[in-house]
Design a protein around this ligand. Structure first.
Ligand code: NSS
Length: 435
């Protein structure tokens, strides 16, 4: 038997010259039967390519297989590539062979369905071209950040998810019954990373974090991916520089490798170009309040900035930007109190432009035992629960800072998505944990 042409991804096959042989496989994306010819568009992990099965030229078993193939059937085809401006990607495969590996039943997604229905069939919807483009962008953003950290001397560590105390306040804690005792799903790996800087100095982790958020919004998940890092001997400004470089590295990586996907999603590339250089501006919380008042927002010094306020602030900037020095009482107890201005803490948020808002939250950490203890008490927390965390201030305490980046929020912004659920394949919702 004659050897079959070599197996290629659709993207590679599209780049071949006319007359060259190729074999591709994937799933039926579209099909039209025009009598003389059957046009089958095949989708694989790299894109789509049109296959033409000519009834007068292809072997009868190939014609039969193409006839039987339904949308989303698993198929394989081979033949010669020919340039054709009408075909997606500018070329098509003239089939000399066509095999039906698995015939799909009537596919339950036909286009035009509502969000609720699409979430019920999320396990099938994740193969759509739009979502596939998002998964590819997400992969590349993560890769670029990992490469940035790797080449700048950061150690990757593996903190636990089952924890014994709150990092970001009790209100959003998920409780777990741990052999009859109370435990919680981690909101943040921060405290474990803080412990690890005394060993490795610069550490980072990528874990899931859990938040029992009260409100449903476009930018909150109950389970999300958290990239966190912590550095010994670092002050707030040092950590802000890393936050900017890390974010710019992610954006640059996506611009270098995923332009096709961004275009498929209709993303404005110029906005990303500006974000690919890490020279992001910074304003203080005080200035933020002034800017908000200037736009007629009714806020007072001391108010927390929610999604609405952040959206207004982003209208002043066309790159990501920092907000720093928040009032102490709206931030977590571990943030270092500004010694010159004890009503504010050395905390920072990084906000993405175009209305997206916060993607990073970080701070310098309180490194003084007595001040930290009094902050814990001030917040009505039990010092006994934070004993080991306080210990870190008793044995060689050093200035240190760090932050957490919401990977799903970053992807939402970079890909230009309307809702955070589409930044992640299987989002968890309050009323459904399916599929
Ligand atoms: O609450 S944060 O602002 N900060 C922390 O958890 C610190 N303990 C992190 C640290 O310093 N190591 O969360 C950090 C980021 C925030 O900026 C968002 O981008 C993201 O985590 N985040 C979320 N993403 C999706 N859904 C939800 N619910 C969510 N909450 C925070």
């Amino acid at each position: 038997m004659e050897a079959l042409p070599r197996l290629l991804k659709t993207r590679e096959a599209l780049r071949l010259g006319s007359g060259e042989e190729a074999r591709i496989r994937g799933w039926v994306y579209r099909k039209r039967d025009l009598g003389g010819k059957i046009f089958v568009v095949i989708r694989d992990s790299e894109g789509i390519m049109q296959v033409v099965v000519d009834r007068s030229k292809a072997p009868p078993e190939a014609v039969e297989a193409a006839e039987e193939a339904t949308i989303e059937s698993a198929v394989e085809a081979w033949g010669r590539v020919e340039a054709d401006p009408r075909a997606p990607g500018g070329a098509e495969l003239r089939a000399e062979g066509f095999v039906l590996h698995s015939r799909a039943e009537d596919f339950p997604i036909k286009g035009g369905e509502g969000v609720d229905y699409l979430l019920d069939v999320r396990h099938l919807w994740i193969r759509s071209r739009r979502l596939t483009a998002v998964w590819r962008i997400r992969h590349t953003a993560l890769k670029a950040m990992r490469e940035y950290l790797e080449s700048n001397g950061w150690w990757e560590v593996s903190p636990p998810i089952l924890t014994q105390s709150a990092v970001e306040g009790g209100a959003t804690l998920f409780e777990v019954n741990f052999f009859g005792r109370k435990a919680y799903l981690s909101q943040s790996a921060q405290f474990y990373l803080e412990a690890l800087i005394y060993s490795l100095e610069r550490v980072w982790s990528l874990t899931t974090s859990f938040r029992a958020e009260r409100s449903r919004t476009r930018r909150h998940l109950y389970e999300y991916w958290h990239l966190e890092l912590e550095e010994a001997w670092a002050h707030m400004r040092d950590s802000m520089r890393v936050a900017a470089e890390l974010t710019a590295a992610a954006v640059k990586g996506v611009l270098d490798e995923r332009v096709e996907e961004l275009e498929l999603l209709g993303r404005n590339i110029d906005a990303l170009e500006r974000a690919s250089k890490p020279d992001y501006p910074a304003i203080t919380y005080d200035e933020a309040i002034e800017l908000l008042k200037r736009k007629g927002v009714s806020v007072e010094w001391g108010d927390d900035l929610g999604a609405d306020e952040e959206r207004v602030l982003t209208s002043y900037f066309d790159t990501p930007f920092f907000v720093t020095h928040f009032p102490k009482h709206i931030k977590s107890f571990y943030m270092k109190v500004d010694r010159d201005r004890p009503e504010v803490v050395l905390g920072f948020d990084l906000l993405a432009p175009e209305g997206y808002g916060e993607i990073i939250g970080g701070s310098e950490r309180e490194d003084d035992y007595e001040i930290l203890l009094s902050r814990i008490k001030e917040e009505g927390l039990d010092p006994e629960e934070y004993k080991w965390y306080l210990d870190l201030r008793r044995y060689g305490s050093v200035p240190h800072s760090g932050f957490g980046l919401g990977v799903d929020r970053l992807v939402m912004w970079v890909a230009g998505l309307d809702h955070i659920r589409d930044s992640i394949p299987f989002p968890r919702f309050r009323d459904r944990i399916y599929p």
